[in-house]
Design a protein around this ligand. Structure first.
Ligand code: SAH
Length: 254
């Protein structure tokens, strides 16, 4: 039986994005003041994570991050009601924020390869988009470098993340196909856009013992598959995982 998720109360904490007063939930006099999104969105976020757990999500740091990061603050106001449904959503400029189950799958695959199950070490993310996954990663990593090739999205992510003050997260405007050499090597590389092949720079910038997760073209028809690549002392091993559909990995900046 599929349960409809509860409707998300349209109460936001950001300037200029407030819902009309009639949609606000009553706050009792002894309740703490609505200082953030927590009071209003925690319930629907918890329900989202419960559904992902029912589908098999077991990785504790991923569960904790998905339970904490307010996904509704990363989507346009008109889409807020869908922010905690398992669906991808447009973020402008022809791009989409991946659906939570896909994000959970990618992050879990990254943890599967790690000896230290508490964090992802030094992370390179290609495709910042609206910054949602970058916020999740920042909660699970010592350092996150997130690269975006579209200036408006790079700027949007910076705005979205401004209030979250993640001191270990750095947003870079550039072509992520080149990786980001100044902070290499990375224990973890994750990409949210699919190209014809995995760029050599990513393989080179992956630390020995590290894992990369990315969609890439599986066949001549352009079907995509999620792959993991593990780097060993003497090479790399690649495994194809799930059939997926990500936006294209493009070259250059715009
Ligand atoms: N993880 C993101 C999803 C972004 S969608 C989120 O949480 O919102 C994929 C993103 O990859 C898009 O923003 C797209 O512009 C970006 N992208 C595509 N090719 C790229 C490249 N070569 N370098 C950096 N970013 C790229």
């Amino acid at each position: 039986m599929t349960q409809r998720p509860p409707r998300f109360p349209l109460v936001l904490d950001r300037v200029g994005r407030k819902a009309p007063a009639r949609q606000r939930e009553p706050v009792s006099s002894n309740a703490p003041p609505p200082s953030g999104v927590g009071l209003d969105s925690q319930h629907v976020r918890t329900r989202m994570v419960e559904r992902l757990r029912a589908q098999g999500l077991t990785c504790r740091p991923v569960i904790d991050a998905l339970s904490t990061v307010p996904r509704h603050l990363f989507v346009d106001a008109a889409l807020v009601a869908q922010a905690y449904e398992d669906t991808s959503l447009p973020i402008g400029h022809g791009q989409t924020i991946s659906k939570p189950s896909v994000v959970a799958r990618m992050l879990s695959l990254l943890f599967d390869a790690r000896g230290d199950k508490t964090h992802l070490g030094r992370v390179l993310e290609i495709g910042t988009g609206c910054g949602y996954q970058a916020a999740l990663l920042a909660q699970m990593a010592t350092l996150v470098i997130s690269v975006e090739r579209l200036r408006p999205l790079h700027d949007k992510a910076r705005d979205n993340l401004a209030t979250m003050r993640r001191s270990n997260l750095r947003l870079v405007y550039g072509d992520g196909r080149l990786g980001h050499a100044p902070n290499a090597p990375y224990d973890t590389i994750v990409c949210a856009a699919g190209g014809e092949a995995l760029p050599q720079a990513w393989l080179d910038q992956l630390a020995v013992g590290g894992r990369l997760v990315a969609p890439t073209q599986a066949d001549a028809r352009g079907e995509q598959v999620l792959v993991t690549v593990d780097r060993h002392e003497n090479g790399w091993s690649r495994h194809e995982r799930d059939a997926v559909r990500f936006v294209p990995l493009r070259s250059g900046t715009a």
